[in-house]
Design a binder for this molecule. Structure first.
Ligand code: G3P
Ligand code: CA
Length: 356
């Protein structure tokens, strides 16, 4: 069954109809090319640089508060390892079947987490951002929502929010389910309504379905990974053999469209890379997803040469910027409806320049 589509920034797709409006720009972890990711400073800059939507990844504290971090293990993006008072919290755990050692949000109360300061995740690539190490706290989801609401008032634009539930099966297993507090926060701020510029993402499938059962009115985004055998972790736990590759066939996409509004693929699922690292012709994914009634918002375009397709790299420094407009232009030409970006200013210039 096809769900009714309501996409506030760009209109809904219909079979065979190309997108005619500007693709949505999602500030990936804020403006993470310029600021330590998932900080209020990073989100604020993303808005000022023209992002339509800001993206907090969400994990839980020990006392059940949703906070913005890419993983529940936080030694790579905070100064927790330098805190002697928290040294005893270092632990090794199995998270989504992988052994992980470090400090975990679920072992800290919000008050304890707030004593930490954020750090740049990629200090050797984004050296300038390390100048801001130590300045910012880890924000709560509520604070990110407040920022988006305030920024919408101040700019006169609708600033959307795309929260991603991280490791939902794992958090269920330790009694810190993510979906209920997520909906509670959205509802407390009047954001869980049809047409709201909220896009809840997950690499898992069961928790998106659960959100519908819980009555969520917001857009749901099914994220998918590339690779022939990759599959959602809830499928692994349930013994469900379906892979992301199967979920992104024409038939698989029609099934995704029964509960989700948007597909968030790895960008290589739209523009596959060959053996040289260059992208070639687009796959059928965008057309098939549109036929199923899904929008397509791939992740993640980054301006540094090391992340770009080979034909868009410039010079030999892997950390210098290449021709990010070249990659974005190919994705726009492939018919995408939005894109996750680390440098919203460059994406905005590419998008708006291309549409003139
Ligand atoms: O949510 C889109 C994209 O952010 C998914 O990858 O690992 O950056 O959260 P990740
Ligand atoms: Ca994400």
């Amino acid at each position: 069954m096809r769900r009714p589509c309501a996409f506030p920034v760009v209109p809904c797709p219909s079979a065979g109809t190309p997108t005619t409006t500007a693709p949505l720009l999602v500030g990936h972890r804020g403006a993470s090319g310029y600021r330590p990711e998932h900080t209020l400073a990073s989100y604020e800059l993303a808005v000022r640089q023209g992002a339509d939507v800001i993206e907090p990844d969400l994990v839980s504290t020990r006392d059940g508060v949703l906070v913005a971090r890419h993983e529940n293990e936080i030694s790579g993006t905070t100064d927790v390892a330098l805190r002697p008072e928290l040294a005893s919290r270092r632990a090794t755990k199995l998270v989504d079947g992988q052994e992980v050692t470090g400090w975990f949000t679920e072992d800290l109360t919000l008050a304890e987490l707030r004593t930490l300061r954020a750090r740049e995740r990629l200090p050797l690539v984004r050296r300038r951002s390390t100048a801001m190490d130590g300045r910012y706290v880890v924000p709560t989801f509520d604070e990110v929502l407040d920022l988006a609401l305030r920024a919408s008032r101040e700019t006169g634009r609708t600033i959307g929010v795309a929260p991603e539930t991280k490791h939902p099966t794992y958090f269920d297993s330790i009694g810190l389910s993510l979906e209920e507090p997520l909906l509670a926060s959205l509802r407390a701020k009047g954001l869980d309504r049809a047409g709201s510029a909220v896009y809840v993402q997950s690499f898992e499938q069961a928790n998106l379905r659960e959100l519908r059962v819980l009555g969520a009115q917001v857009h749901l985004v099914q994220l998918t990974s590339a690779g022939p055998t990759a599959r959602p972790y809830d499928h692994v736990v349930a013994g469900d053999p379906r892979t992301y590759a199967q979920m992104t066939t024409a038939a698989g996409l029609r099934e995704v469209a029964t509960y989700a509004d948007v597909l968030g693929p790895d960008r290589s699922q739209v523009l596959p890379r060959g053996s040289t690292g260059a992208t070639g012709a687009p796959t059928r994914l965008v057309a098939d997803a549109h036929d199923a009634g899904l929008r397509v918002v791939p992740y993640t375009v980054r301006a540094e040469n090391r992340f770009l397709p080979a034909q868009h790299r410039r010079g030999t420094d892997p950390d210098a910027y290449g021709d990010v407009s070249g990659e974005l232009g190919e994705l726009f030409d492939a018919g995408i409806d939005g894109v996750f970006v680390d440098q919203p200013d460059l994406a905005r210039a590419s998008r708006d320049g291309a549409s003139r």
